[in-house]
Design a protein around this ligand. Structure first.
Ligand SMILES: Cc1cc2nc3c(=O)[nH]c(=O)nc-3n(C[C@H](O)[C@H](O)[C@H](O)COP(=O)(O)OP(=O)(O)OC[C@H]3O[C@@H](n4cnc5c(N)ncnc54)[C@H](O)[C@@H]3O)c2cc1C
Length: 311
């Protein structure tokens, strides 16, 4: 969103992402003939601004309403009962937002260096990019690692705030099942307690027509307790817990460990400008509000701050 907004305002932008595609935690994977959204499952607007963005995305065909929650389940933060997802899959949203922007994927940023009023940004493959300003949007611990390894001096107050930001971990099991899992009509079952947070049927969601593909997410406490265990063993424990609920056999599975899944308590401000000459902002779902909406708003605000700093 930050890149899109800057480009809209006439700034030349380059996005560097270590992932094989864009989207980060808005992620989709294909395996065993199935299609799995294995990060964000859905998003919901809690502000008229985000509602308008979603309305545009739906109009342009890369998002759609997935289901509605009943009135008694409605989270007071959300202004709509509708839950939306990417179309055809979750990655459609970031892909579309990145359309027309210069994006380099598989480009892990390994260091930043200030050269007078320019940033030199180095990636793992030895390429150096030069920019007048820079916005960093990885999860905050990864941003801090990058700044530290670049010998960038983060102010003591800012460091104290950033080091306090905590994320929940989450294991996502991608399970190919032998039959139709016993789940509600919309394909989503969420839990208040236990080791599993939710079970989702990607086939009922409409993204995996050929193979019965189920995503299982763990609770944060469970993942934190098993963060250094072999992910396949953790996945087996989760499948064992899910099987009596879904009442179908898991034929094969993969597992993805999200070390930084969702922020526990976001920082009060939507972005932090760490330096002005040349500008360096940090943004993402840890700032302002969590989830997809929080990340989008944070990106917009970072773009505005950069524009002001460059003016
Ligand atoms: C399992 C799970 C379930 C979720 N469920 C929901 C939900 O239901 N609703 C909701 O609203 N939100 C949900 N979320 C949270 C939501 O996905 C995030 O809040 C949002 O996607 C964060 O976006 P972001 O751009 O801030 O960060 P990210 O999506 O994490 O993007 C950061 C990007 O930085 C890149 N990166 C990191 N380090 C480097 C580096 N050194 N060099 C180059 N690139 C780098 C990464 O590859 C990544 O693409 C969920 C997340 C997970 C993992």
């Amino acid at each position: 969103m930050a890149a899109r907004e800057l480009q809209r305002q006439g700034v030349s932008v380059t996005v560097l992402d270590k992932g094989r595609g864009v989207g980060g935690r808005m992620a989709t994977r294909r395996f065993g003939g199935g299609v799995f959204d294995h990060g964000t499952q859905y998003f919901a607007p809690s502000s008229p601004w985000f509602q308008s963005r979603i309305t545009e995305w739906v109009h342009d065909g890369f998002a759609r309403e997935w289901f509605r929650v009943r009135a008694y389940e409605l989270d007071p933060r959300f202004i709509s009962a509708a839950r939306f997802c990417g179309c055809p899959t979750m990655t459609a949203v970031p892909k579309q937002i990145a359309d027309g922007i210069e994006v380099h994927t598989s480009a892990r940023v390994t260091h930043l260096q200030r050269q007078d009023d320019i940033w030199d940004i180095g990636t793992e493959d030895g390429t150096t990019y030069r920019a007048l300003s820079c916005i960093l949007t990885p999860p905050v611990p990864q941003t801090l690692d990058l700044l530290d390894s670049s010998h960038y001096a983060v102010g003591a107050d800012e460091r104290a705030v950033l080091e306090k930001l905590e994320y929940e971990a989450c294991h996502a099991v991608l399970a190919v099942c032998d039959g139709i899992p016993k789940l509600p009509e919309n394909g989503v079952l969420e839990f208040e307690r236990g080791n599993l947070r939710r079970i989702m049927d990607n086939t009922r969601k409409g993204i995996s027509p050929d193979v019965q593909a189920v995503t299982i997410h763990s609770m944060g406490d469970f993942s934190a307790a098993h963060i250094d265990d072999d992910p396949e063993d953790v996945a087996r424990m989760m499948i064992e817990e899910a099987q009596p609920i879904i009442e179908v056999q898991v034929r094969e599975f993969q597992v993805h460990r999200w070390r930084y899944s969702q922020i526990v308590e976001p920082h009060g401000r939507p972005t932090l400008l760490l330096g002005e000459a040349p500008p360096l902002a940090i943004a993402g779902d840890a700032f302002g509000a969590n989830g997809v909406e929080g990340a989008a708003r944070s990106g917009m605000e970072a773009a505005r701050r950069i524009m002001r700093a460059l003016a």
